[in-house]
Ligand binder design. Sequence first.
Ligand SMILES: NC(=O)c1ccc[n+]([C@@H]2O[C@H](COP(=O)([O-])OP(=O)(O)OC[C@H]3O[C@@H](n4cnc5c(N)ncnc54)[C@H](OP(=O)(O)O)[C@@H]3O)[C@@H](O)[C@H]2O)c1
Length: 184
Amino acid sequence: MTGTLQSADFKNPLLAGRRAISLVVAASENNAIGKNNELLWNLPNDLKFFKNTTWGFPVIMGRKTYESVNKPLPGRTNIVVTTKAGWHSEGAITVATIEEGITKAAETNSKQIFIIGGGEIYKQSMELADSIYITRVHAALDGDTFFPVIDASKWKLTSNEDFPVDDKHAYSYSFQIWEKIMVN
Ligand SMILES: NC(=O)c1ccc[n+]([C@@H]2O[C@H](COP(=O)([O-])OP(=O)(O)OC[C@H]3O[C@@H](n4cnc5c(N)ncnc54)[C@H](OP(=O)(O)O)[C@@H]3O)[C@@H](O)[C@H]2O)c1
């Protein structure tokens, strides 16, 4: 694709009458998102951003991500994807596939659905998603779980806000939004 992208070049699922699906993630420069089933940093502003962005909406996550938090996220419909028949946690909806999770999320009548990780779920959801809310943590870190590379021929950066290191944040970081480029 060449030339300047126009707004019509982006999918607008809301105009198309369907749910918007967004991934929300925090990833280092080398796309690390976790290690030993934990996050790699403590960035309070990112946690606030995550809470504010997803509050009131359905959130879909892998069983390992759910168990790393080990309780439902308040104020959101928690949907957990697992192959384990009979897996159950109070306050969460269990589904057997990501697609079933999206169906359950759509049943809440929410216009927006968030997919919140982890690595396995992001990898399988890139094709489904309309946008990516990524907190880019400006460091190369040692992880065991990764976010897929964002292919700039398929995704367009539409928003970027930079924040410096401060006494509560050991790394500088940027809140970015990427939107999928519509291919006609
Ligand atoms: N930085 C961030 O923004 C962020 C966000 C979320 C998570 N994380 C980190 O990511 C790591 C966890 O990610 P992960 O990749 O190990 O695990 P995950 O994606 O959270 O969960 C993987 C599990 O989800 C289930 N699953 C995956 N695909 C499925 C499918 N197609 N159908 C049915 N079930 C499916 C399986 O559960 P069963 O084994 O039960 O079948 C699988 O073991 C942790 O370190 C966490 O801290 C980071």
